[in-house]
Design a protein around this ligand. Sequence first.
Ligand SMILES: NC(=O)c1ccc[n+]([C@@H]2O[C@H](COP(=O)([O-])OP(=O)(O)OC[C@H]3O[C@@H](n4cnc5c(N)ncnc54)[C@H](O)[C@@H]3O)[C@@H](O)[C@H]2O)c1
Length: 375
Amino acid sequence: MQLGVRVCVAILGLFRQGCLSRARILPHCSFSSLPRQMSKWDSHETCSLPSPQDKPRVLITGGLGQLGVGLAQILRKQYGTENVILTDIKKPAPHVFSNGPFVYADVLDYKHLRELIVTNGITWLVHYSALLSAVGEANMALARKINITGLHNVLDLALEHCLRFFVPSTIGAFGPSSPRDPAPDLCVQRPRTIYGVSKVHGELMGEYLHHKYGLDFRCLRYPGVISVNTPPGGGTTDYAVQIFHDALSTGHHECYLRPDTRLPMMHISDCHRATVEFMQTPESQLSLRTYNIAAMSFTPDELAQEIQKHLPHLKVTYSLDPVRQTIADSWPMRFDDTNARRDWGWAPAFGLEELVADMLRSIEDMRVSQGLPVN
Ligand SMILES: NC(=O)c1ccc[n+]([C@@H]2O[C@H](COP(=O)([O-])OP(=O)(O)OC[C@H]3O[C@@H](n4cnc5c(N)ncnc54)[C@H](O)[C@@H]3O)[C@@H](O)[C@H]2O)c1
C-alpha cells in the first residue's frame, strides 16, 4: 500500500475506535486502544450537576497526611459524616477509623479509584496525595509517579465523572527566576525540584482541562502549613512545626535553614478554611483557577524570637541542610494573594503572634494529656 493510502486507513481506524471525534484528538488515545473511558469528552455529553441544595459527596486522596484528617472533620461537620470519604495507602489510627468512612486507595490504581467514585456517588474530589519537596528530591522516580501519574489518574476521573476537583499547589511551584517578594499569581514558574515541577504540571493540566472541556478545576497555592497533630511529611518548611515540639520538650531546636530564610506560612485552620470557602465559591466568581493564598511570612530567627517571648529558655542552633536551604532560597519570600481576597473574600485569621500562642497552648495540652513533661 502506498504511504498516503496507509495514513488514510489508519485515520479511519482511529475514527472507528472513537479516538478522533469532530476533529478533536483525545489526549490518552493510543493507536491500538483507548486505555480509559472518555465517553463524555468525546460525545459532548453534558454533566448533570447536582443542584446547589444537594450536599457534596467528597473523596479525599492521601487523606492521612498533615492536612487530610482535619479537612475531613470540617467537611463532615458541614455535609455529614458519611458524605466525606478519607482514603490513603497507610493504616489509619483507630480514632480516624471510628470518626467516619476510610477506604484504602492508591492513586496509581485508576480502576479502583473509578470504582470508589462510581459506587459512592462522589461529586467533589480533593487530591492530597503527593510526595513533598525534600522527600521528592530523595526519590525523584517515585515523586514523578505519585505526583504526576497519580494526578493524571484523578484528573481523568474528575473529567469523566463531572467532579469538582481540588488540588493544592505550593510556594514550591515557583523558582529562582520567579519574582520572590512578593510572588504574584501569574509570573515565570521555573521550579528546580521534582515537587515543584509536578505542581506546575498539575496547575497547567487542570487549567487546560477546564478551558478545553469545562472541568471544574480549583487549585490553591498553600504556604508552609503549621499544625500540631500530624507530623509534617518531609517538606522544606517542616522546621516551623518541629521548633514548637522542641521548645516544649528539650528546650533546644536545631534548625536546618539559615536564620534569615523568609518563607510564607499559614496556620492549619486558615488553610482548611480557605480550602472549604474556595470549594464553596460559585464558579462565576472565579477569575482564575489557581490562586495564591497568604497569611504571614517569617524567618527562623523571627519565629524563635516570638516563641522566646513565651519560653525565654528556648535555644536555637543552626546546622544547614544544603538540599532544603537551596530549595528555600529558590522559593518566594512572600505571596501576593490580592486576587483571592478580591474574588472570593479570602482573609486569614492567624498572624505570627496568634500562631505562636495557639501552637504552644495546643502542644502543651497535648503533652499534658499524654503524661509527657513540659519544659
Ligand atoms: N503541608 C504543607 O505545608 C503543604 C504546603 C503546600 C502544599 N501542600 C500540599 O497539600 C497536599 C497534602 O499535603 P500533606 O502535608 O498532607 O502531605 P503529607 O505528605 O503529609 O501526606 C500525603 C499523603 O499522601 C499519601 N500517599 C503517598 N503515596 C500515595 C499513593 N500512591 N496513593 C495514595 N496516597 C498516597 C501518603 O501516605 C500521605 O498520607 C499535598 O498535595 C501537598 O503538596 C502541603
